[in-house]
Write a protein that binds this ligand. Structure first.
Ligand code: COA
Length: 276
């Protein structure tokens, strides 16, 4: 992380746990919180992702630890929280970022497909928040930040499972904020707009002409989408989302709870309007 508006050492002595923290947006969040002095625990199902991410964080000078977890498993989540607390003595920041997603028509979506996304996104967010509660309560406060989305604001075909789960996360954010404010625990969410992950890039890959892959075609298609559909004219980056998470984790947000912040270059507001 080269540049940040946050002061060095802002999170010194603090412990941040980021689910799905080994890749994508979660890794961007780990990089920023780590660069601000937090000891970051990144959690993922996949050890190989964790090892690569931890090595990169340490190379950047961050204090990082890894923990394997499937957030669908409430018992395993409890064990993870105990492990972090045993290791560092506290947990100041929980970022519920782990998510699963794929396009599937509602009429043929299997019960297991529905269940797997609801369990990762919604149950996982609840299990992790519930498990960290006693730790944060005992230490006099903490911050929980969940990653939501904007697609459920109007509905999004082929994403019944993910939109339902993320709407649930928004509801949980408000409810937990009210229940836990008296313990000094602030609960907020960030709703990212489009970030060109591998899945998005795949969706933007046009069929190759005459069998010859055009290596610039994806970039052109992405640029075209940004020009037409994102008022601020560019795709987001994990750093854009991480900046909002760091703000919410910081004392600058001490009077902010139960809020959901859209960080999307204006995309959802402009959805359906073409900028030509
Ligand atoms: N279309 C339709 N159904 C799908 C699917 C797709 N693209 N991908 C998975 N499913 C279904 C599976 O068929 C299975 O249902 P079935 O048992 O009735 O066949 C069910 O979802 C669970 O699939 P499985 O692969 O066993 O998932 P998992 O529980 O190990 O992991 C995901 C679920 C969502 C993490 C996994 O599908 C995945 O890796 N998705 C892409 C990566 C991703 O989501 N990254 C995060 C971006 S936010």
């Amino acid at each position: 992380m080269n540049q940040t508006v946050f002061r060095a050492g802002l999170l010194d002595g603090q412990v941040a746990l980021i689910t799905g923290g080994a890749t994508g947006i979660g890794f961007g969040i780990a990089e920023l919180l780590g660069s601000l002095g937090a000891h970051v625990f990144i959690a993922s199902r996949k050890q190989e992702h964790l090892d690569a991410a931890a090595a990169s964080l340490e190379k950047q000078g961050a204090r990082a630890s890894v923990v394997t977890v499937d957030v669908r498993d409430a018992d395993r989540v409890k064990t993870m929280i105990e492990q972090v607390q045993r290791d560092r003595g506290r947990i100041d920041i929980l970022v519920n970022n782990a998510a699963g997603n794929f396009y599937a028509p509602s009429e043929s979506m299997s019960a297991n497909a529905w269940k797997s996304v609801i369990e990762i996104d919604l149950n996982g967010t609840f299990f992790c928040s519930q498990a960290v509660f006693p730790v944060m309560k005992a230490q006099g406060g903490g911050r929980i930040i969940s990653i939501s989305m904007t697609l459920h604001y109007r509905g999004w075909p082929l994403m019944a499972h993910a939109t339902a789960a993320k709407a649930g996360i928004d509801a949980l954010t408000r409810t937990l904020a009210l229940e836990w404010a008296r313990h000094g625990i602030r609960v907020n969410a960030v709703a990212p707009g489009p970030i060109p992950t591998e899945g998005v890039r795949k969706a933007f890959t046009p069929p190759s002409a005459g069998g010859v892959p055009d290596v610039f075609a994806v970039e052109r298609a992405l640029e075209d989408y940004a020009r037409k559909s994102i008022p601020l004219g560019r795709w987001g980056t994990p750093a854009d989302i991480a900046g909002m998470v760091a703000f919410l984790a910081s004392p600058a947000a001490d009077w902010v709870t139960g809020s959901i912040f859209v960080v999307d270059g204006g995309e959802w507001l402009a959805r359906g309007q073409s900028r030509g």
